[in-house]
Design a protein around this ligand. Structure first.
Ligand code: NAP
Length: 431
């Protein structure tokens, strides 16, 4: 990018090092020209960046994670700095950042799982995907989560891609996860798991499912898991969808029909789809014993020892930022003053990782139009007190160490889980 001698240098802080944050940084890098440049500081609560690419994407989907190469390229630019292990709202107030920077961008996603609000949801063995997914992905805050896998049946509630990821992770032959970056503690637990039957339940019919068809189309390829859909359910949905269903609906229904018509397999493990099952109650005294559903044919009880709810997310609030309906209050990404928002915190938990690219680019265009002259008020380094900061160089050490540790096992990386271990890898050892 060419930088004119008289170009205006704006300082921008991005809060959150997930896909939306990186794509916002990339959009700013692309908007730099002879007249204006951007010094970008990305701030992250965890000692590691990459957000959902590290702690959300299913370990058996390594291709989706290759976008991290794009993130590292963005981070390699001279004008980019990482301040990880620093929490905004806790260590530093958002208003303090707003004073220092020409613009502040919230890119903190939606980390809290929505709840059903039905009796029994608080029982042991009833978990949100917002807890279970980061547990198997080695998120430091979820390492100790109680995930009882000792019963023979699990139920996953929701008909989106997160429910599908969770159901697949529970129903896979665990040795298939050996060459992945699944957290060691989760891999051990999956290997000891008694779960052999996993139900995935949708409250509406197949024509309304939020799965995407590539995810459906990979199911018949599972080598050690029977995947069951009732053909009658899919045929009825095809009739209801009519002669001219939307392209995505048609593609999903075609994929589902293939699953339903797939010859029966006799594996130990089964993943079965239930449609038009609306959860009413989770049964149990000390722990989960079953789920009661209402269906068009009356109430049905499914006995199980684990229930995972994957029905969407809402954003975790940051003090000083306005929220409504689980999102940051904004107009096309502008919050107020010099505060902006991108990604799931802006539009809610929808879309795939790439959706954040065009979304962030549109918001950055608007932000750049709002910028007049740089305020030259300093940067976050003047606000840090005793935080142990993980910079890009530190993160590179963690990254290289994890990749190296994975090599003997044929894994893309062996993740460290505890903050202390991550900080040690970063070279921040406490002696
Ligand atoms: P989602 O796609 O919005 O699906 C949420 C599901 O929860 C819907 O089926 C919804 O059913 C159901 N639901 C909501 N409230 C419910 C309730 N009270 N009772 C029962 N069911 C309820 O959300 P997500 O699965 O969390 O995924 C979030 C985004 O990440 C999506 O855009 C998804 O595609 C993306 N993602 C992509 C991948 C991938 O590309 N491989 C992987 C994971 C996630 P109704 O339609 O009936 O409300």
């Amino acid at each position: 990018m060419s930088k004119g001698v008289d170009s205006l240098k704006f300082r921008v802080a991005i809060v959150g090092a997930g896909p939306a944050g990186y794509f916002a940084a990339q959009a700013l890098q692309n908007l730099a020209n002879d007249d204006r440049t951007f010094e970008i500081d990305m701030i992250e609560r965890l000692p590691t960046p990459w957000g959902l690419v590290r702690s959300g994407v299913a370990p058996d989907h390594p291709k989706i994670k290759t976008v991290s190469k794009v993130f590292e390229k963005i981070a390699s630019q001279e004008s980019f700095r990482l301040f990880a292990n620093v929490e905004i709202g806790n260590d530093i107030a958002i208003a303090q950042l707003q004073e220092k920077y020409d613009a502040v961008i919230i890119a903190t996603g939606s980390s809290l799982g929505k709840t059903l609000g039905i009796p029994g949801e608080g029982l042991r063995g009833s978990l949100s995907a917002a807890t279970f997914v980061p547990w198997y992905n080695a998120h430091p805050d979820f390492v100790g989560v109680d995930t009882p896998l000792d019963s023979d049946t699990a139920v996953v509630i929701g008909a989106g891609n997160v429910a599908m990821d969770v159901a697949r992770m529970l129903a896979l032959e665990p040795s298939e996860l050996d060459p992945t970056d699944t957290a060691d503690h989760a891999l051990d637990a999956f290997k000891k798991s008694n779960i052999r039957k996993v139900y995935i339940s949708a409250r509406r019919g197949p024509e309304h499912a939020a799965f995407t068809s590539p995810e459906l189309r990979e199911l018949p390829k599972l080598e050690h898991t029977n995947v069951v859909m009732q053909k009658g359910d899919i045929e009825a949905a095809i009739v209801r969808a009519g002669d001219a269903p939307e392209k995505d609906v048609k593609s999903n229904l075609d994929a589902m029909l293939l699953i339903a018509e797939n010859p029966k397999t006799e594996n130990d493990r089964t993943m079965e789809f239930l449609f038009q099952h609306t959860p009413q109650q989770i049964l149990g005294t000390d722990r989960v014993e079953g789920v009661v559903y209402s269906t068009p044919n009356g109430d049905v009880t499914i006995k199980c020892g684990l229930v995972i709810t994957a029905i969407g997310y809402h954003a975790h609030g940051i003090e000083g930022v306005p929220y409504e309906n689980g999102k940051v209050v904004n107009t096309d990404g502008h919050v107020n003053g010099n505060l902006y928002v991108v990604g799931w915190a802006k539009r809610g938990p929808s879309g795939v990782i790439g959706t954040n690219k065009s979304d962030a680019a549109a918001v950055m265009q608007l932000l750049v139009e709002d910028l007049k002259s740089p305020k030259n008020a300093g940067d976050i380094s003047e606000l840090l007190t005793d935080q142990v900061v993980v910079t890009q160089k530190h993160w590179q050490k963690i990254n290289e160490a994890e990749v190296e540790a994975g090599e003997p096992y044929g894994k893309p990386r062996k993740k460290s889980v505890l903050r202390e271990d991550l900080l040690n890898l970063a070279g921040h050892a406490k002696n």
